[in-house]
Design a protein around this ligand. Sequence first.
Ligand code: FRU
Length: 491
Amino acid sequence: MFQTRHVALLAVALSPLYSHGETASNALVRATAAVEAAAPRAQADSTRPIFHITAPSQWINDPNGPIFYQGFYHLFYQLHPFSDASGPKYWGHVRSRDLAKWEHLPIALAPSGEAGETEVWSGCCTLNGLGQPMIFYTSIGPDKPAFDHADQWAAIGTDDLVHWQKSPANPALSDATNDGTKIYDWRDPFVFHDGNKTFLVLGGSLNESKGGQAVVNIYEAENAGLTKWKYRGVLFQLPDADARTSECPNFFKLGDEWVLFVSPYGKVQYFVGDFDATTCRFHPRTRGVLDYGPNFYAPNTMLVPDGRRLVWGWVNGFPGGRGWNGCLSVPRLLSFSRDGQLRQNPAPQLEKLRGKETGWNNVILDSTAATFPLPATNTLEIAMEIDLQTASRVSFSIPNGGNNSQVTLSYDGLELQVMDVKAPLTLPKGDRKLKLRIFLDRSVLEVFANETVCVTKTIAPLEPGVSLAIRAEGGQARAKQIQAWPMKTIW
Ligand code: FRU
């Protein structure tokens, strides 16, 4: 569906990042041509992930507007179509029938220069009460700087979610909506429902100097078309004094609990507790970190037809100059463990991407490294169940293409270490089991440990044909099962 537009291709070399007053439809044509022109180079790059969502080329950041609609999983994402570095943002678009195979769709949103907009920032996609697909996003322009004067805009979509028109009622929300409360870095709308009410949350800070007072603000819809919103105040203020803001809030019910995700310019935090829809206040009881890696940010969630919820994050930290930059994490299925911890599992549909299994059972591990030859590729999934038994630590290593570098993991019963990243991971009393799912997708490493601790990191790709080495220190451990699969592309 990503058609070539030869005429526009010619214009790309000459085109500025945005031109003053340009209509959204012109901007779309230029952006499409720029992405197509960069695609051959990006797609030939041997470090580019194949089973994590990327744009056909160029820079991407946050996943936007995940929605399951009319038989398809749709995902949008922040796209800078004119280079593989960050710049003015558009919305790219992909969809899938089964969460395993994906297709690129035309760029969904471009800035409406004629209306003073130069960037289309993050947001959500929902159906309004009239049955229309609607995107809410943060609108940026020369007169609408992100720090202190952004608006929230809406667009109405066709039923296939391919074509979008900016709402004539824009701005959907503006400073005036906030009843005199000045909110800085006010952005990233996320719509949710409770009973027959529709709410929207937005991140921001009440403090101009950017210290503390990071808040999630809540609004209630006043009409079915979702064009009128009432400010209901601060849903929640982040307790951390150093939290500068609360980007990309997601607020949703999971089982009997309410969960809030926020991206505070640092590791993504989650809070779990109760929501009082009358007072519009959130009372969290527990909190945690969604991913301990340095390269996971701005996650966004999707409610799927069976009532479950998936999350994707933005994987960042790639070197520039390759015609592409950034991808999304694998889809993660959210639930709670029996002891109330937030659980994240790779969506089961990813198993469709597995090739032929290589496996080992019941291997005793000690201080001599046991080696397991991996499928000869650098796009892999490795699943392991290790019983630590009497060992004080179990360590794993896989050589990769860096200078004598390796992908390393270790666990001592208290802390998981993935290369230089440390994450607390405790075990129930009497339990010594470590369950790992490790995804290696060329330059992306995504680790799931005991279904509760995730670490995402960019790496140098493996050299195909390497072995996994495992050793146990201070005693003996047992690898109950080790499985490895080559992973196929999602495209
Ligand atoms: C998070 C973020 C959002 C913003 C978008 C702009 O990474 O800063 O707050 O809407 O990226 O691309």
